[in-house]
Design a protein around this ligand. Structure first.
Ligand code: CP
Ligand code: NVA
Length: 322
C-alpha cells in the first residue's frame, strides 16, 4: 500500500502535524471549488468506494457518499443488514471479496464493538486494524467505539474557519470521556492547543490514551470534574451524547450520573463571550445541551456538520495519493 502511495486513516495521529495542516488546507481549497459550483474537478472518476457500516449513521454516510460523488466517484453503501461482516462471513473474506469485485479503490468503515458472533468479538476497534492489514486499498475509519478521526478533522477545519487557528486555542469538551475525546487527545498529541475534558468522576477517557497524549508534551491537557471552572475562557465548548451507540441501555442511569454537565445558557455565560459551541451530532436536545445553546448565534454545529464532507474529501485525496 505504502509503496503505491496509498495511506490508511485509522487514528488522527496516523498523520504528522505537517500532513494534518496540508490536508486541512486541501479541504479549504476543494470546499471553495465545490461551493463555487465548479464541477469539473473529478479526481475520483472511475473509482468506487465501499462504505461498510455496522452502526447507524447519518452524517458519516451522507458526507462520504456526497463528497465522493461530487468528485466523480461512486460510493457503495453496505449497511449492517446487507453485508453482515463477521457474521455471514469472516471479516477478511468479506474484505478480500469486496476488493476483488470492486475496482480496488477504497474502503470506509464504521465499526462496532457490540456485535458478537459465536462468542468471539468480531467487529471491534481492533478489527479495523486487521482489515487495514488485509486490504490493499486505503482504509478510513468512519467511527469506532474507541475513536472518530474524521469527525475531529472536520472539527479542526471548523475551528480554523471561525477562530483563525487551532493552535493556542482552548477547547473544552463537556460530558462523557468517549470516542470523540480519544480523537481530541490524539490530535492534542501532535498539534499544540489547550484541551480540557470535563466529565463526571468515573467517565474519564481511556487512561492509557490520556497518558500517552500528555507524555507527548505538545499540548496542555486536563481531565477534570469541575465543569464550571473548566469552561472559563474557552474558545470552544464541545459536547456529545452522554450515552453513545451501544450504551443506550445505560441512558437513564447516565442522565443521573451526568447531572450538572448539561451545556446550557448559564454554562456558556461562564465560558465567556468568545466561546463557540460545537457538537458532533446527533444531539439529544434538552439532555446534554439545551435548545437555546444549539440555536444561539455562537453555535457552529451545522457548519461543523457540513465540514465533515470537506475534511473527508481531502482525507480521501490524501489516502489515494491524489
Ligand atoms: N457525527 C457523526 O458521525 O454522525 P452520524 O453518527 O450521523 O454519522
Ligand atoms: N459518541 C457518539 C458519537 C456519534 C457520532 C457515539 O459513538 O455514538
Amino acid at each position: 500500500k505504502v509503496e503505491l502511495g496509498l495511506k490508511d486513516f485509522l487514528h488522527i495521529n496516523d498523520f504528522d502535524k505537517e500532513t494534518i495542516f496540508k490536508i486541512l488546507d486541501r479541504a479549504k481549497e476543494v470546499k471553495a471549488l465545490i461551493k463555487s459550483g465548479e464541477r469539473t474537478y473529478l479526481p475520483f472518476k472511475g473509482k468506487t468506494m465501499a462504505m461498510i457500516f455496522a452502526k447507524p449513521s447519518m452524517r458519516t454516510r451522507v458526507s462520504f457518499e456526497t463528497g465522493f460523488h461530487l468528485l466523480g466517484g461512486h460510493a457503495l453503501y453496505l449497511g449492517p443488514d446487507d453485508i453482515q461482516m463477521g457474521k455471514r462471513e469472516e471479516t477478511r473474506d468479506a474484505c478480500l471479496a469486496i476488493m476483488t469485485s470492486l475496482w480496488h479503490e477504497f474502503l470506509l468503515i464504521r465499526y462496532a464493538d457490540e456485535l458478537l458472533h459465536r462468542g468471539i468479538q468480531l467487529l471491534n476497534a481492533h478489527d479495523i486494524l486487521d482489515l487495514a492489514n488485509y486490504a490493499t486499498v486505503p482504509v478510513i475509519n468512519g467511527l469506532t467505539d474507541f475513536n472518530h478521526p474524521c469527525q475531529i478533522m472536520a472539527d479542526a477545519l471548523t475551528i480554523i474557519e471561525h477562530i483563525g487557528q487551532l493552535e493556542g486555542t482552548k477547547v473544552v469538551y463537556v460530558g462523557d470521556g468517549n470516542n470523540i475525546v480519544h480523537s481530541w487527545l490524539l490530535l492534542a498529541s501532535i498539534i499544540p492547543f489547550h484541551f480540557v475534558c470535563a466529565c463526571p468522576r468515573g467517565f474519564e477517557p481511556d487512561a492509557r490514551t490520556t497518558k500517552k497524549a500528555m507524555k507527548a508534551g505538545v499540548s496542555k491537557i486536563e481531565i477534570v470534574n469541575d465543569v464550571k471552572e473548566a469552561v472559563k475562557g474557552a474558545d470552544v465548548v464541545y459536547s456529545d451524547v452522554w450515552a453513545s451507540m451501544g450504551q443506550k441501555e445505560e441512558a437513564e442511569y447516565r442522565r443521573t450520573a451526568f447531572q450538572g454537565f448539561q451545556v446550557d445558557e448559564k454554562l456558556m455565560k461562564i465560558a465567556g463571550p468568545k466561546a463557540y459551541f460545537m457538537h458532533c451530532l446527533p444531539a439529544e436536545r434538552g439532555v446534554e445541551v439545551t435548545d437555546g445553546v444549539i440555536e444561539a448565534s455562537n453555535s457552529i454545529v451545522f457548519p461543523q456538520a457540513e465540514n465533515r464532507m470537506h475534511a473527508q474529501n481531502a482525507i480521501m485525496l490524501h489516502a489515494l495519493g491524489l
